[in-house]
Design a binder for this molecule. Structure first.
Ligand code: COA
Length: 436
């Protein structure tokens, strides 16, 4: 009997099965041989939120939630946040290695020269309502890009794939900034090819009448750090959407629009907004103990605390806290920071939070930085989508070339009615449309 295997005894039949264990996992389809009757479908594993299901092999991002470790392609997030730039990190995610000087220059040049949007895209954006949510605009416009680049549907061609990857990483910030300007009724600002990635984004967002917008270097660097920290996070909800949609071999614009839609949800990209609302509601540091008590009594959660994977301090939260200090030195301190610090101090000492391993997550401080940069809450998920575009695309590419990839198509446990005969209309009761 090989040692790397699992012996399963089916108590329904008394039969024993040998299932190989590879990389700490069994293959779910190996369970299909476990049957009561010969014509049974075979045993399924039931895992509605993928709590214990690996959906892919991936060499991109490594997380150890118990030890608070996050690495892209093996490089610790702390080192990337300190020494890398967003575009270099994006290169690392996409190509698997850090670029040479020449490689980085070429990559930067390609991204810089794809930042402009077709004039028709601009007109499309102008058609949105004056108060359209920027994330709704971003999702729609990214989807619309597939109609501008129909060749993107040829996902089997590596050169073609790379072109779309460059276009998306370059154009998403432009769409994001245009969406923001649209919501304010301000004219769109075209990209400035002389600026770096973060500086150009800030220019497209905030330039008014000055001939050249020069962002404060500390603010541009803080934004760059936030972009690095948010670039990938393995198989989260939106990445799973990207891979699932991509597995149908649709073009990457359509897949990325779906991923961005998943990110729009309050349980995913919206938590930092919830943190700000919570801090505003608490209002002052002396009300923190009272608030903590309400959380402990089950009346709401301490937003920005706890994580499905991290059962330790989220490594990104540590870096963001430091970046926040640097931002506040330039912008002046956000008064909500003191409330956040007091919440963290008390929660980290409190038995309720300690015993449940609830630590600050990435969202606890990021909203405070975005607010200090002058961004409205509606822009927070958009700010997340800009860097995550690189991660989504790296994961999409990995899926496309994975020989094990098939169209994502889970099974279900059918719990509905047994076969029954159609009832003629005149024999049916009721009439209300009851919401389900
Ligand atoms: C992130 C989150 C959804 C993870 O949830 P999860 O892994 O499913 O954890 P659970 O909901 O099972 O929580 C485990 C326990 O901790 C408690 N808990 C989890 N997060 C909590 C929080 N933020 N505040 C208070 N209690 C919390 C739960 O009530 C539960 O307690 P119980 O065992 O007494 O019932 C959850 O921690 C949360 O809602 N956090 C706040 C929202 C947030 O910051 N989201 C952004 C994530 S990046």
């Amino acid at each position: 009997m090989p040692s790397d295997s699992l012996t399963i005894t089916d108590n329904r039949t008394g039969q024993t099965y040998e299932v190989p264990v590879q990389d700490g996992a069994i293959h779910a389809t190996d369970l299909r041989q476990i049957k009561v009757e010969e014509d049974d479908f075979g045993l399924l594993s039931y895992d509605p939120a993928f709590l214990n299901t690996a959906s892919t092999r991936s060499a991109i991002t490594y997380i150890d939630g118990d030890r608070g470790i996050l690495r892209y392609r093996g490089y610790p997030i702390e080192q990337l946040a300190e020494q890398s730039t967003f575009l270099e990190t994006a290169y690392l995610l996409i190509f698997g290695e850090l670029p040479s000087r020449e490689g980085l220059d070429k990559w930067t040049d390609e991204i810089t020269h794809h930042t402009f949007l077709h004039e028709n895209v601009k007109q499309l954006m102008e058609g949105f309502r004056y108060d359209a949510h920027p994330m709704g605009m971003l999702i729609s416009v990214v989807a619309a890009l597939s109609t501008f680049y129909p060749e993107a549907g040829n996902v089997s061609d590596p050169e073609n794939r790379l072109l779309q990857v460059q276009r998306l990483i370059a154009k998403v910030p432009t769409i994001a900034a245009f969406s923001y300007r649209h919501s304010l009724g301000l004219p769109y600002v075209q990209p400035d090819n002389e600026l770096g990635f973060a500086e150009n984004f800030l220019s497209m967002m905030f330039k008014i009448a000055e001939p050249k917008y020069e962002a404060h270097p500390a603010l541009a660097r803080a934004l760059e750090i936030l972009f690095i920290l948010h670039a990938d996070h393995e198989q989260n909800c939106s990445t799973n959407a990207m891979r699932a949609i991509g597995s149908s071999r649709v073009d990457p614009y359509s897949a990325l629009a779906g991923a961005a839609a998943a990110l729009y949800g309050p349980l995913h990209g919206g938590a930092n907004e919830a943190v700000l609302r919570m801090l505003e509601k608490i209002g002052s540091t002396d009300r923190v103990p009272e608030f903590i008590e309400t959380v402990k009594h089950g009346e709401g959660r301490l937003m920005g605390f706890g994580h499905r994977v991290y059962k330790n301090y989220d490594p990104r939260a540590k870096i963001i806290k430091q970046a926040a200090d640097e931002v506040f030195e330039v912008t002046g301190k956000n008064p909500l920071l003191d409330i956040a610090l007091e919440l963290e101090r008390i929660a980290l000492e409190d038995e309720y939070f300690v015993s449940r391993k609830l630590y600050p997550n990435v969202d606890f401080y990021s909203g405070l930085i975005y607010e200090a940069l002058g961004l409205p809450m509606a822009m927070f998920p958009v700010m997340f989508a800009i860097p995550r575009t690189a991660g989504w695309l790296a994961q999409w590419l990995e899926g496309i070339v994975d020989p094990e990839q098939k169209i994502a198509r889970p099974r279900q446990l059918y719990v509905g009615a047994e076969e029954r005969d159609f009832v003629p209309l005149e024999h049916r009761a009721g009439g209300e449309l009851v919401a389900v």
